[in-house]
Each structure stands twice: as structure tokens, then as C-alpha cells.
Design a protein around this ligand. Structure first.
Ligand code: DGY
Length: 331
């Protein structure tokens, strides 16, 4: 009698996934080690649990670097991340080791665009501040100057990164009759369809009433919004970030918001995540901070988990990943 269990690949999954992806994983021919806690495994625990595994399914809260890959050992055949962004993963190191990295593009585009527009409206029209005032009994009367903010309709919106998500945001904003500017390193294939005009970086900064960030985080976009960029923006400008916290120099932003250099900011992403409750940004009335919920619609999260499992199982079977973040690994 042959003991087939010995041949089953071992997989570490760093968080409970939504259904039906979790059931698919539990029924797959693998030895499954599922991190049971609500928060991410600490880095040292991740190193211990991944040692000797053939597969790793991780989240953007897990740091996957050279040391982690060394701890995993030479058996690791696939890393699958339940996110489109993979800036927490050293892709070059994975490629050098021949490990394909899966991710989840496309399925969270619409949910993230919905959230970006919601955050833009909420920040401009001061929804959080106003709702908090109502709950705290600070609404005394209809006030001609109470909770006033700038118009979104008819404004100029600058999109940094007119990719899939940036274009989905632009499509939604067409309904607000805005003038759309964008800046990308290369012209965007979506520009004509969404009616967005490419402008130099300085023009986007100087002319936009709202600047919304949709670029990937990389060394090239680290602190793209820094003190120099903020100094070129209108004093009435509002910054929206649903990309990654690292795209913004947070200290410079805090200073700009405190001194009125720009008017307000809506941030779904920060550095670190979560921000400590006593972080200075959280004490500012002109900032709306959300807990990285761009993709937090039921269907987007379900589909992200399904894609992550599909990528994982393909990698374990030695097949090309349906959605690979480092295609160079295939030569
Ligand atoms: C991603 O997939 O990169 C998103 O940030 C998750 O919401």
C-alpha cells in the first residue's frame, strides 16, 4: 500500500479567505496550514511556517523578501498573493529563484474606483466631519457657512496613473462634468475613451482641484507627492490616495495640511497600516483616513480569493499561473 499523503504539497496560507475559495483550498490535494488569527503572522512566524512548503498564499500585509525565501527553502514552487499590488514582495528575488508570483488584477478595479470617488466626494463635502458633528450634538442649526466645501462638478481632476483603476475612476467622474488631466510615464490607451488629457507633471500639480493617485508603488513612485510637489499644488487642492501609502511623503503632507498649503486629503492607504491612533494626521479635521478598503466589496474580495487559489493550484501543478506578476520567470 502506497502512502500518497507523503507526496502532497505543503501550503501555508497567511489568513482565512472568503468562501468559496476557502472550501476549494480545503478540498484541494494539499497539506494545508491556515493561519488562524485575525491579524497577519509576525515575520518570524511566517519564516517558520513557510519552511519546507511548496506553496505560499499571502496578503499585502506579509513581507516576502530574500530572507523569507531563504527560510522557505528550495522546495517553494509558487507564491500567490490575494491582491493586485505586489510591492510587499521582492519580485526580482522570486524570479532569480524561479518562483512565479500570482496576483489578482482586474477583479478589484470597479470596487476600488467606486471607493476612490466616494472618498473624493466625502473629503470635498466634509461628510465624515459633518456626520461626526451630528452624532456629537454639534449640529445646532442650518448654517449658511456650515460644513461648506468645494464643488466636485465642473472641477479639474488630475489622475496620476491612468491605468485600469485610474480609467474606471475617470469614467465615473465624466458624470460630474469634470475636466480630466492625467500624467503617466507613457500615454495611456484609455485616455481617448475617458476624455483625459496628458499633461506634464508640473501642469497636473498646478491646475488640478483634485489629484487622485492610481499608480503602482515602486522606487520610481516613492514619495512622488513630496514637499516640492505639494508646494506646486493649489491651496484649495484636495489629494486622494487609494494606491499605496509610500507614494506620499506623509510628513510633508501633514505639514501641508496643517499650514493650509493644500486644503484636504482623503487617504485609503497610509504608512504604516494601520496608523497608530495618536498619529498627528488623525488629529487634523481636513483629513479622511480609511482602513485600506478600496477592494472591500463582497464580490471583489470573493473573486480576489478565487483568483489567488487558482494561481496557487496552477503553480503547484507546474502550470503557468493564470495571472503572474513576474512573467520573466518563464523566460
Ligand atoms: C490590492 O489588491 O493591491 C489592493 O490594494 C487591495 O485592496
Amino acid at each position: 500500500m502506497v502512502n500518497t499523503a507523503i507526496a502532497l504539497p505543503r501550503v501555508f496560507v497567511t489568513r482565512r479567505l472568503p468562501e468559496p475559495a476557502l472550501s476549494r483550498l480545503q478540498q484541494a490535494p494539499i497539506v494545508l496550514d491556515l493561519w488562524p488569527e485575525a491579524g497577519p503572522p509576525p515575520y518570524e512566524e511566517l519564516q517558520r511556517r513557510v519552511a519546507g512548503c511548496q506553496g505560499l498564499l499571502c496578503l499585502l500585509t506579509d513581507r516576502i523578501d530574500e530572507a523569507l525565501l531563504a527560510a522557505a527553502g528550495s522546495e517553494l514552487r509558487v507564491i500567490s498573493q490575494m491582491a493586485v499590488g505586489v510591492d510587499n514582495i521582492d519580485l526580482a528575488a522570486c524570479t532569480r529563484r524561479g518562483i512565479p508570483v500570482g496576483h489578482t488584477p482586474g477583479v478589484l478595479t470597479e470596487a476600488t474606483a467606486d471607493l476612490a470617488v466616494a472618498l473624493l466626494l466625502a473629503t470635498a463635502r466634509r461628510l465624515v466631519e459633518a456626520a461626526n458633528d451630528v452624532k456629537a450634538g454639534r449640529w445646532h442649526t442650518w448654517d449658511p457657512m456650515g460644513w461648506v466645501g468645494p464643488d466636485v462638478h465642473g472641477s479639474t481632476v488630475g489622475i496620476v496613473g491612468l491605468g485600469r483603476i485610474g480609467a474606471a475612476v475617470a469614467r465615473r467622474l465624466q458624470g460630474f462634468a469634470v475636466r480630466l488631466l492625467y500624467h503617466n510615464p507613457r500615454p495611456s490607451p484609455w485616455a481617448a475613451e475617458v476624455g483625459a488629457t496628458w499633461v506634464p507633471w508640473e501642469t497636473l500639480l498646478a491646475e488640478s482641484d483634485f489629484i487622485t493617485l492610481h499608480c503602482p508603488y515602486s522606487p520610481a513612485t516613492h514619495h512622488l507627492i513630496n514637499a516640492a510637489a505639494l508646494a506646486q499644488m493649489k491651496p484649495t487642492a484636495i489629494l486622494i490616495n487609494t494606491a499605496r501609502g509610500g507614494v506620499v511623503d506623509q510628513e510633508a503632507l501633514e505639514q501641508a495640511l496643517r499650514t493650509g498649503r493644500i486644503a484636504a486629503a482623503g487617504l485609503d492607504v497610509t504608512t504604516p497600516e494601520p496608523l497608530p491612533a495618536d498619529h498627528p494626521l488623525l488629529s487634523l479635521p481636513n483629513v479622511v483616513v480609511l482602513p485600506h478598503i478600496g477592494s472591500a466589496s463582497l464580490s471583489a474580495r470573493r473573486r480576489m480569493a478565487e483568483m489567488a487559489v487558482a494561481n496557487l493550484l496552477a503553480g503547484l501543478a507546474g502550470e503557468r499561473l493564470p495571472h503572474c506578476a513576474n512573467p520573466a520567470v518563464y523566460g
